[in-house]
Design a protein around this ligand. Structure first.
Ligand code: FE2
Ligand code: FE2
Length: 252
């Protein structure tokens, strides 16, 4: 007979109720024979005389802090410390990522025009557009994981023309992209600040690890492209040729 069973007479053995199993604490049953385990902390014990059910202190704490929602529209996974402010901020960031994606998609359409014919730029901005959309999806997945509700908002109609008399369309679009990437970084920092103010360490970790680092890389990559095309003289008298060469480089 196990040590655990020695400790309890047959009559005083705890009654395991459905409540315990639903709370997920039932897993602790497998630990009942270990030396450290305090059975009375997790078990509901029915009083032999009164028949009343006395819940273990851990069960009381778990079910009062995290009651199982009765409303099916409410997330089962959501913890009370995942605040509405952070949920709203994540939805705002999803919208920003979609807006940036939409602008890059518009650039893709512009550079694909037969009278522009810069396929390297077109493919570059198509890739960038998909990347921003993947960021939106990453945030949607995280929102869902935490028990928040994804609330998609309207997307602004994007700019359609990217010609620029002095700089040419290539340099102008890349400079615009650089500004957008920097703005996106600012917005991610704001989101991180909100997560921090909500005391949500997990959200801070997600934003730092999955988004902020990549955003820094994107700003650097865009800055280097602007620097290269400027050095090639895109904003000078032979700007058209510089843009055409850069387009060929983007295709490689
Ligand atoms: Fe992004
Ligand atoms: Fe980006």
């Amino acid at each position: 007979m196990s040590r655990f069973h020695h400790m309890l007479s047959k009559s005083s053995r705890p009654v395991i109720t459905a409540t315990i199993v639903r709370c997920g604490v039932g897993r602790s049953i497998s630990r009942q024979n270990t030396r450290e385990f305090r059975y009375d902390k997790f078990y509901a014990i029915r009083d032999g005389n009164s028949g009343e059910l006395n819940l273990g202190e851990a069960i009381v704490e778990a079910t009062s802090t995290h009651p199982i929602p009765v409303d099916v529209h409410y997330s089962f996974a959501r913890a009370p410390h995942f605040q509405q402010t952070l949920e709203d901020a994540i939805n705002d960031q999803i919208n920003i990522e979609y807006n940036v994606s939409y602008i890059y998609h518009s650039m893709y359409a512009f550079f694909s025009r037969d009278n522009v014919a810069l396929d390297g730029f077109a493919q570059h901005f198509k890739k960038e557009s998909l990347e921003e959309r993947s960021h939106a999806e990453l945030l949607m997945d995280y929102q869902t994981k935490r028990g928040g509700k994804v609330s998609l908002q309207a997307i602004m109609p994007p700019q359609l023309e990217f010609e620029h008399a002095q700089k040419g369309c290539g340099l102008y679009a890349l400079e615009l992209a650089l500004s957008l990437e920097k703005l996106n970084y600012d917005k991610l920092l704001e989101l991180h600040k909100i997560a921090d103010e909500c005391g949500d360490a997990a959200a801070c970790d997600f934003i730092e690890g999955e988004l902020l680092k990549d955003q820094i890389d994107s700003v650097k990559e865009n800055a280097e492209m602007v620097a290269s095309l400027t050095r090639m003289g895109a904003d000078g008298p032979h700007g058209g040729l510089a843009t055409w060469h850069f387009d060929k480089m983007l295709k490689k």
